[in-house]
Ligand binder design. Structure first.
Ligand SMILES: [Zn+2]
Length: 114
């Protein structure tokens, strides 16, 4: 049996970045980005898209540093690229996105927003 992408996210992210994984639409909403656009506009400019093998797995606004990241995206460590093991994780899940800005995950936890 494969593990959920939430388990993958929790394994890949530092404790302060752990968050519920989201669909792309929910993650874009959390950032205030227009999910209908291929390249959402943030701070008046199209965001920067990072892709590998035709799959966009990361988008970042260079100005406010809001970002969205596909937790199944490639991981770069010491010059090597690691891909998620599809035998181990359910890579077909749509809840695969994490997001945030320079201060931490978005949306903010309720307790911090108060
Ligand atoms: Zn921005």
């Amino acid at each position: 049996m494969t593990q959920s992408l939430q388990a993958l996210a929790d394994a890949r992210l530092a404790p302060e970045w752990r968050q519920p994984v989201k669909t792309y639409d929910d993650a874009a909403d959390a950032l205030g980005w227009d999910k209908a656009l291929d390249r959402p506009i943030c701070c008046g400019e199209p965001v920067e898209i990072t892709a590998m093998l035709g799959h966009a797995y990361k988008a970042t606004c260079p100005k406010c540093e809001r970002f969205i990241f596909d937790i199944t995206g490639p991981e770069f460590t010491g010059g090597a690229v690691a891909f998620v093991d599809s035998e181990k994780f359910d890579v077909e899940e749509k809840t695969r996105w994490v997001c945030g800005d320079r201060d931490g995950p978005l949306p903010r936890a309720q307790s911090e927003a108060a």
